[in-house]
Design a protein around this ligand. Structure first.
Ligand code: SF4
Length: 63
């Protein structure tokens, strides 16, 4: 299982969207003004979303 946590206090949401752009599995999506998670089981744990987030608001780990 994969655990994906978005810290919405840090995240700039739709104004940024860097993680949404880089996710190869389309796990991260824009939902209104926030980043949301869909099809979490598709996540490959590549961690590029963590790497690109300028706010360090994304945490992905094996659960
Ligand atoms: S770790 Fe990779 S596959 Fe998983 S949500 Fe982040 S960018 Fe997408």
């Amino acid at each position: 299982m994969v655990k994906i946590i978005i810290d919405h206090d840090k995240c700039d949401g739709a104004e940024c969207g860097e993680c949404v752009d880089v996710c190869p599995m389309e796990v991260l999506i824009i939902d209104g003004d926030k980043i949301a998670i869909q099809n979490k089981e598709e996540c490959s744990l590549c961690e590029v979303c963590m790497d690109v987030c300028p706010q360090e608001a994304v945490d992905v780990k094996e659960d």
